[in-house]
Design a protein around this ligand. Structure first.
Ligand code: UDP
Ligand code: MG
Length: 307
């Protein structure tokens, strides 16, 4: 019989957890032909989350949990959950019921009967989120798609069920600064997207402030792209071009190039050259940084004809 591991990162979720546990248990029990386990990861909660997890693991054999020594962030909690999951299929779910447990059955069916390795929820709306956050995250995903050339999009969150091959591939990326959406995209495999309606948090409050979201966005771009270093080079090149054009234009003009225009021209030229060389150094540093992540050079999806 297959086993489904439900991985739930929890940070101060005492209000949401009991309801989540009930709803998710009901949903997963409704799946024929599969047993299940919950892997709750308490990410350094300061409320009664650890106590709730303790009593769940005592009262229900399906519940396992671990507590971090402090708050390490959702990405770390998801990685820890995956490392400790023994299921043939693993699914990440938020504790606040924004990821409808009712979809688990369909996700499992897709992975069992269709040619997909991963089945993910595609959030169609942003109920309970401010307009500004919606606009900012939309802009962020446009930038990230352009700079990182990875398939990361608005609404493509962490709610996804994957088979063992995908889970093992994700575990092979040991990097410290983890950006899960990028990692999902990096490892590849076939993903089916199922649209779902996000009804908003059932209880508790979001753990994201604007500053933490901004840091998360910068993390995402820096983890998968050296575009910011290239940007400095492009700006430098642009400054040099402007300096050369204005220089030629000034020399051709009556009276030649002298005084303040000459000074501005020289400043532009020297700054441009400086930025260009900083960008070159930056590109070397970026390569070294990417190497230091020790990512796998390739990920095999299927082997044929080997003994
Ligand atoms: N979470 C976590 N560590 C953190 C922040 C959040 O484990 O530092 C968990 C949180 O308990 C929830 C999930 O990540 O289960 C999503 O967090 P939240 O609902 O606050 O994010 P949002 O839905 O607002 O993006
Ligand atoms: Mg949430």
């Amino acid at each position: 019989m297959d086993k489904i591991s439900i991985i739930v990162p929890c940070y101060n979720e005492e209000d949401a957890l009991p309801e989540f546990y009930r709803a998710a248990s009901d949903a997963v029990r409704d799946i024929d032909g599969a047993e299940y386990e919950f892997i709750f990861v308490d990410d350094g909660s300061t409320d009664h989350t650890p106590d709730i997890l303790e009593s769940l693991s005592l009262s229900d054999d399906h519940c396992r949990s671990l507590s971090f020594s402090r708050n390490f962030g959702k990405e770390a909690a998801m990685y820890a959950g995956l490392q400790n999951a023994s299921g043939d299929y693993c699914v990440f779910m938020d504790a606040d019921l924004q990821h409808p447990p009712g979809l688990l059955k369909e996700m499992y069916r897709v992975l069992k009967t269709e040619e997909y390795d991963c089945c993910a929820g595609l959030r169609e709306d942003r109920t309970g989120e401010s307009r500004l956050r919606g606009i900012l995250s939309h802009t962020f995903y446009r930038i990230i798609r352009r700079t990182c050339h990875l398939d990361m999009g608005d609404g493509k969150g962490d709610f996804r069920m994957m088979n063992r091959a995908v889970a093992d591939a994700i575990l092979k990326l040991p990097e410290y600064n983890r950006y899960m959406k990028g990692i999902f995209s990096f490892v590849g495999f076939e993903t089916k997207w199922i649209p779902f309606h996000d009804a908003g948090r059932t209880a508790g409050a979001t753990k994201w402030s604007f500053s933490s979201l901004f840091r998360y966005a910068v993390d995402g771009i820096l983890s998968f792209s050296s575009a910011p270093a290239a940007l400095s080079g492009m700006t430098g090149a642009l400054l040099i071009i402007i300096a050369v054009i204005t220089g030629i234009w000034g020399l051709a003009a009556e009276g030649g190039l002298s005084g303040i225009p000459l000074l501005v021209c020289l400043i532009l030229l020297l700054n441009g050259i400086q930025m260009l060389f900083i960008s070159i150094v930056g590109q070397y540093a970026a390569r070294d940084y990417m190497e230091s992540k020790h990512r796998p050079i390739y990920i095999v999806k299927k082997r044929r004809g080997f003994s």
